[in-house]
Unconditional design. Structure first.
Length: 475
């Protein structure tokens, strides 16, 4: 394929992916599902599972092999920006005043499904060794079992924030605890996945220790050097450099006078370059680029003027949201649901039971022991089951590293899709019932000393902002 034809094919493929997402939007909105559910479904539609059933090799014709490598690079850019925004969303201030309760619920929501998943992994190794790593090139069960435990117990913070915002739970103890639990869960899961992927590369003990030491050094540099440097830039609410190329300090009087239509473009460019440089560093360390982008988001200061933070974050998030569907399309091209068979369907049911049942039981029962009303505890247990892009990336990394094969990847991908699709209906049912039950069944924010705020989740993968003009806000 000639260069110009290849470029045209790549551009046409991106347009096709986005148009499929647009076409599925009315269905998603009617079903009240987050955007990630429609994007995963769109990827499956474009792949062998649906489009591949039609005469001719339509997936191959629409997405030729020469174009897929270019689409993969574009998808990685979108994922990096999205994971950066997800890392910046993490606000551990939510732990203040209720740290023990949050840690207890988080631990239970991780340990219970993790233990069940490890047991299920051992059963799979015994029943279907060909699918779980008995081949000579496959990893040890010591790697497969914990990996399965991680992907079945992880939560997706960005999708969780969206669902909380849609259901007006952000100002409630349930919303606050769910957000904090999701933040801790995602950080722990990524650290564990990095360790497993590093071990799965077949390195010797000395090499493994050296790699982990490099990663630890990178984390220290991000914490002790990059994070303070970001606060010195006009990006920290406590200090800023006024007059830096017309940027003005964040949170200061000059923040209202921004060039080029109100966008601090130099800050956007500086932050964007930091995201990609951090992603490059982790790639050089042998870790996936998304880890670096996520870590750079964690390093970003939180005490930023909200208006300026949105001005910096929104363009990067929007660009990521525009390109992330390409990742799901490429993932769908490698997934064939029709090849699951009876054993694959049974594995899907088992994965869903472990993921949903384990996280729901662990979070809800622990919250109930902490004297949260039972409906609120059940809502917290349902919210803990939110999956999303993070889990799909982890599954992709695990498949590329040989931790799971294509059949398990398909079953686990469908598990993430089904688990996430179930969250919103269950939460809406529980919160609607709570609202009808009167003041005693509700969870007033005033009882817990939490300021009331109404958050609106937009369609850009969980971004939210306060609604000052929302009826009832501030009451």
């Amino acid at each position: 394929m000639k260069g110009s034809s290849l470029e045209a094919a790549v551009l046409a493929d991106i347009a096709l992916v986005l148009l499929i997402g647009v076409a599925l939007t009315p269905v998603r909105a009617r079903l009240r599902q987050p955007a990630v559910v429609a994007e995963i479904a769109a990827g499956l539609l474009l792949g062998l599972s649906v489009l591949g059933l039609l005469p001719g090799d339509l997936p191959g014709l629409l997405f030729p092999e020469e174009a897929r490598s270019h689409l993969s690079v574009i998808a990685q850019v979108g994922i990096a920006l999205f994971m950066f925004a997800a890392g910046w969303e993490l606000d551990f201030q939510a732990l203040r005043g209720r740290g023990r309760s949050v840690l207890a619920v988080t631990t239970a929501s991780l340990v219970v499904p993790f233990a069940l998943a490890v047991g299920l992994a051992l059963a799979l190794l015994a029943v279907r060794p060909a699918h779980t790593g008995s081949a000579p090139s496959s990893p040890s069960p010591l790697l497969f079992a914990p990996f399965l435990g991680i992907v079945l117990s992880v939560s997706a913070l960005s999708v969780l924030i969206r669902i909380i915002g849609e259901n007006r739970l952000a100002a409630t103890p349930v919303g606050t605890m769910a957000t904090a639990c999701g933040a801790i869960t995602e950080v722990v899961a990524w650290c564990a996945v990095v360790t497993l992927i590093t071990a799965a590369q077949g390195l010797g003990t000395g090499d493994l220790v050296l790699t982990l030491a490099r990663i630890a050094a990178y984390a220290l540099v991000m914490t002790l050097a990059v994070r303070p440097a970001l606060r010195v830039l006009p990006l920290g609410g406590l200090s800023g450099l006024s007059g830096l190329s017309g940027l003005g300090p964040l949170g200061g009087p000059g923040s209202r006078h921004r060039p080029h239509g109100g966008r601090p473009w130099l800050l956007i460019l500086a932050v964007g370059s930091g995201v990609f440089l951090s992603a490059w560093c982790t790639t050089r360390l042998g870790v996936h680029a998304v880890i670096g982008a996520f870590a750079f988001g964690l390093a970003m200061p939180r005490d930023v003027d909200p208006g300026l933070r949105h001005a910096v974050e929104d363009p990067l998030r929007t660009t990521g949201a525009l390109l992330v569907p390409v990742f799901f399309a490429l993932t769908g091209l490698t997934v064939d649901v029709t090849e699951l068979g009876l054993h694959g369907l049974l594995a899907l049911v088992a994965f869903l039971a472990v993921a949903w049942g384990g996280k729901f039981a662990g979070a809800a029962l622990t919250a109930r022991l902490l004297h949260l009303p039972w409906r609120d505890a059940a809502t917290l247990g349902a919210l803990a089951n939110t999956k999303g892009l993070s889990e799909i990336i982890m599954l992709t990394l695990g498949r590329d590293a040989g931790l799971i094969d294509g059949h398990l990847f398909t079953a686990l991908l469908l598990t993430a899709l089904t688990a996430t699709a179930l969250v919103n209906p269950v939460v809406r049912h529980l919160t609607d019932t709570t609202a009808r039950s009167g003041p005693e069944g509700a969870v007033p924010a005033q009882r817990y000393g939490t300021p009331r705020a109404v958050l609106e989740a937009s369609d850009d993968h969980g971004a939210w902002r306060p609604l000052d003009d929302e009826p009832g806000a501030g009451r």
